[in-house]
Ligand binder design. Structure first.
Ligand SMILES: Cc1cc2nc3c(=O)[nH]c(=O)nc-3n(C[C@H](O)[C@H](O)[C@H](O)COP(=O)(O)OP(=O)(O)OC[C@H]3O[C@@H](n4cnc5c(N)ncnc54)[C@H](O)[C@@H]3O)c2cc1C
Ligand SMILES: *[C@@H]1O[C@H](CO)[C@@H](O)[C@H](O)[C@H]1NC(C)=O
Ligand SMILES: *[C@@H]1O[C@H](CO)[C@@H](O)[C@H](O)[C@H]1NC(C)=O
Ligand SMILES: *[C@@H]1O[C@H](CO)[C@@H](O)[C@H](O)[C@H]1NC(C)=O
Ligand SMILES: *[C@@H]1O[C@H](CO)[C@@H](O)[C@H](O)[C@H]1NC(C)=O
Length: 506
């Protein structure tokens, strides 16, 4: 019943219930929940409803679990909790390309749906996150890709959903921006219940053209960022602060007959030799900043060539632009002969905050100032992540708790979209696992949260960042969300530390 990788024995005392730790996809040492009493592999939506009813009747908390693709100990509350795994509840049905919709269950992952659609001549558009992640888990937590022009939030492609509430009732919610129930369900943080079925938008399949260029830092910091990102189906930057460069990646739909190339992207695949070299160098970077400078130099060089292979031959693709099928180019997956970085103990911390586009240049310049302030002390900070600091973008989507919502009482104009500062960093394998100049990262997060009206990504920040960021959330939206939460879950069966921090159980 227990998945060994995700579950480790934490503590038990005589006469008390067994408290187990539920881990993130990173496994042992990366807790998502501290007080798990049972783990169930749900077998159907009705079974999810029965499991919720049963746990609630025994006074236990419940959290759904998809693929564990989150970073910190924020999935559950710290009270005894039952985990309901959705992985085996993964039917796809009612494919209708003419109507432009398909139905999926809670455990369906992006790659599962992409494969299903591709053989039927369809794709799911631009609201893509990553391959081995559940679509429902992404919708629950407000996850997104990067686009100002097209849907970037995954929920942007959702027409309707079913949520199992705390009484085990299955509630159906249709997309309707005038309905508080929809505005709460759209980014629910799993606090209304288990997102169990989704009606998703689909489109006739296309190929995608991917291009990448290198920009000087000043051309972005002082540049027209909207003009660089806005025109494309999806686009993002990767920032290399030590090199003072940006990589600019952009993608566009092209007809299926535009090219025979079948490019397949991989962001996470690595060879053992590369992985061990990177890990050794970055572990030494905990003490020796020069190792990190060198690593940024190496990563920057590697990330200049396309991180794509030709799918039919498995040969590296050497030249931009790259063409391929929709999902293969936008997400891809693992190369058949390689493993993901985390299998080699290359793990990360992260921080992600969303800012209004109207303040994009100001925000990036502020981050640069904070880097420069360290440099004045002769501390030169770098990106210790293989693709650099990820700068993403979000088309507005109205709801109560999403990162890309608009019309909030902070007086900021969020209607032009958002820019996300997503700063993954290497987590040293040794000692206290703190990074070189750890305090810099904490100060950076605190200053951005205090100085800008920014919003946290709901699975990419620590409890401390959430606590500090609460002041930036719209009080009225929180109150309206709470009113719906109280209908779905009056006793806090689905509570999480995130829900607690944003004040839903006070
Ligand atoms: C390598 C990697 C890349 C990522 N890339 C991106 C990205 O590009 N953009 C982005 O926005 N995010 C990204 N994420 C974050 C990811 O999209 C979210 O953390 C997402 O919620 C993970 O889904 P999961 O299926 O793994 O759920 P889990 O990690 O198992 O759960 C995450 C949270 O969602 C809740 N939950 C899960 N399923 C349901 C459900 N059916 N109903 C209600 N609540 C549920 C859980 O209780 C938990 O609180 C990435 C994460 C990783 C590890
Ligand atoms: C639940 O699924 C996981 C992963 O597929 C598996 O490791 C575990 O043994 C399953 N538990 C039960 C009770 O079937
Ligand atoms: C997806 O995640 C599961 C764990 O939930 C793992 O067993 C499987 O190998 C992963 N698949 C890929 C292709 O990474
Ligand atoms: C688990 O929950 C119990 C009951 O609320 C609490 O006493 C205990 O401290 C919790 N354990 C952990 C590890 O949080
Ligand atoms: C692709 O197909 C369209 C319509 O069938 C045709 O007009 C176009 O010339 C084709 N393009 C190429 C590059 O073959």
């Amino acid at each position: 019943m227990l998945s060994l990788r995700q579950l480790s024995l934490a503590s038990f005392a005589i006469g008390q219930s067994l408290g187990l730790v539920w881990n993130t996809y990173d496994g042992e040492g990366f807790p998502a929940c501290y007080n798990v009493t049972e783990v169930h592999n749900a077998t159907s939506v009705d079974n999810i409803a029965e499991l919720v009813k049963d746990a609630a009747s025994r006074g236990l908390r419940v959290r759904a679990a998809g693929k564990g693709h989150m970073w910190y100990d924020t999935q559950c509350s710290d009270e005894p909790t039952v985990i309901i795994r959705t992985e085996n509840v993964n039917r796809i049905w009612d494919f209708d390309l003419e109507a432009g919709t398909v139905m999926v269950e809670a455990g369906v992952t992006f790659f599962q749906l992409a494969d299903y659609l591709h053989v039927r001549g369809a794709n799911m558009g631009t609201g893509l996150v990553n391959w081995n992640i559940s679509i429902a888990g992404s919708v629950a937590m407000g996850a997104h890709r990067s686009s100002l022009r097209e849907n970037s939030a995954v929920v942007g492609g959702v027409h309707a959903m079913d949520i199992v509430d705390a009484s085990g009732e299955i509630r159906h919610i249709e997309r309707d921006e005038d309905d508080d129930e929809w505005l709460a369900a759209s980014t629910s943080l799993g606090l209304l219940g288990v997102v169990s079925r989704l009606k998703m938008s689909i489109y006739p399949d296309t190929k995608i053209w991917a291009m990448q260029e290198t920009l000087d830092e000043k051309d972005v910091l002082d540049g027209d960022i909207d003009a660089l990102i806005g025109p494309y189906a999806t686009a993002n930057f990767w920032w290399w602060p030590y090199k003072r460069k940006f990589r600019w990646r952009y993608y566009e739909n092209v007809p299926l007959n535009e090219s025979d190339q079948e490019g397949f992207q991989s962001t996470f695949s690595v060879t053992p030799v590369e992985a061990i070299a990177a890990r050794t160098l970055m572990d030494s970077g905990k003490y020796l900043p020069s190792s990190n400078w060198l690593m940024e130099e190496i990563f920057f060089g590697q990330w200049s060539n396309p991180n794509f292979r030709e799918k039919t031959t498995n040969e590296p693709i050497e030249k931009w632009p790259v063409y391929g099928y929709h999902y293969d180019v936008l997400i891809g997956g693992l190369y058949p002969d390689q493993r993901p970085v985390w299998d080699y103990d290359l793990r990360g911390y992260t921080l992600e905050l969303a800012f209004p586009m109207t303040r994009a240049n100001e925000m990036l310049k502020r981050v640069r100032q904070l880097f420069d302030a360290e440099a004045k002390k002769l501390i030169f900070m770098t990106s210790t992540y293989r693709s650099g600091i990820n700068i993403k973008f979000g088309k507005p989507h109205k709801d109560f708790l999403g990162q890309v919502t608009y019309g909030t009482s902070d007086g900021e104009d969020w209607s032009k979209g958002t820019i996300m500062f997503d700063f993954p960093t290497y987590r040293p394998t040794a000692g206290d696992h703190k990074r070189y100049n750890e305090q810099f990262y904490i100060n950076l997060a605190n200053k951005l949260v205090d100085e800008f009206p920014c919003r946290p990504h709901w699975t990419k920040n620590t409890r401390d960042v959430f606590k500090r960021a609460v002041k930036n959330l719209d009080k009225n939206n929180l109150a309206r969300f709470k009113a719906i939460k109280d209908q779905y879950d009056p006793n806090g069966v689905f509570r999480s530390v995130v829900g607690e921090i944003i004040g839903l159980y006070d």
